[in-house]
Design a protein around this ligand. Structure first.
Ligand SMILES: Nc1ncnc2c1ncn2[C@@H]1O[C@H](COP(=O)(O)OP(=O)(O)OP(=O)(O)O)[C@@H](O)[C@H]1O
Ligand SMILES: [Mg+2]
Length: 255
């Protein structure tokens, strides 16, 4: 079967003006329909890499190809295809109410009725936000804000869904709910990139692991092959009786 790359990053470098270089020569690609986990220590450059992919930050050098198009110089051209849920859910909130916040992106895309309302209803149900639709986003709990941030991205129906630390702040039902949503979206054909150092929650669902350390990719492999490297770079791998637990058990979903 022929595989298509939905995202291809080649020789990407990034540094802030007047700062030192943070991302060094990053090259990787993501197969359409796959589930990829990006991990690495705090401060290794994961969030900055995602912002470069989304087009919020401009790389110093490098090529970003999305769905076969070189969009290195066209950040807005990525809008419909790439959805990014930020690590800090607060920074994504723009609307006066939960409903208006979810609707914001759709207004920009000029989605007409009745599809507009149908899409909002679908993500509201999916992320269990029904009872919060008229609440002010600032008054939501941390976990509710994260569900809202995810809803605001999913409503745009991006082909490539990227989530930066989606489990932060969530309780056990919250984690399992978000994870179930991601696994279902993946089964539906979406491409998912999850950045997380909590690999015991997601690794069972991953096709590939990308490990970043100090701004460079130090491992790109199957979950099984990544285990020794993850431990070498201080990403916690759950163990039992001295051995890493089986990959299939590295999930918070039952059954
Ligand atoms: N606006 C900024 N100006 C200068 N340095 C920055 C800025 N934003 C991030 N950095 C630095 O860039 C490095 C990478 O940051 P980044 O947020 O990408 O890390 P991360 O891998 O996502 O870490 P975490 O696991 O803690 O979320 C860090 O050392 C950080 O201090
Ligand atoms: Mg980060």
């Amino acid at each position: 079967m022929q595989t298509t790359q939905i995202l291809s990053v080649e020789h990407l470098f990034f540094g802030f003006p007047q700062g030192s270089e943070i991302l060094h020569d990053i090259t990787f690609s993501i197969t359409a329909g796959s589930f990829v986990v990006i991990t690495g220590r705090n401060g290794s450059g994961k969030s900055l890499l995602l912002k470069c992919i989304k087009g919020i930050l401009s790389p110093t050098a490098g090529t970003i190809t999305i769905d076969g198009k070189d969009l290195s110089k066209n950040a807005s051209g990525r809008n419909g295809t790439v959805g990014l849920v930020f690590q800090d859910a607060d920074s994504q909130i723009v609307g006066q109410t939960v409903r208006r916040d979810i609707a914001f992106g759709l207004e920009n895309l000029r989605i007409p009725e009745p599809e507009f309302s149908q899409r909002i209803e679908a993500v509201t149900n999916l992320l269990k936000l029904e009872s919060l639709l008229h609440q002010r986003p600032r008054t939501l709990s941390g976990g509710e804000k994260r569900r809202l941030a995810i809803a605001g991205v999913l409503v745009m129906r991006p082909k490539l869904i990227i989530l930066d630390e989606p489990f932060a702040n969530l309780d056990y039902p919250g984690v399992t709910h978000v994870l179930r949503t991601l696994v279902d979206l993946h089964a539906d054909g979406h491409t998912i990139i999850v950045v997380s150092h909590e690999i015991e929650k997601v690794l069972a669902h991953a096709d590939k692991v990308i490990l970043i350390d100090r701004g460079s990719i130090v491992c790109e492999s199957s979950p099984q092959e990544s285990l020794p490297k993850l431990e070498e770079y201080e990403v916690r791998v759950p163990r039992m009786n001295g051995n890493p637990i089986p990959i299939k058990d590295m999930t918070w979903l039952k059954g």
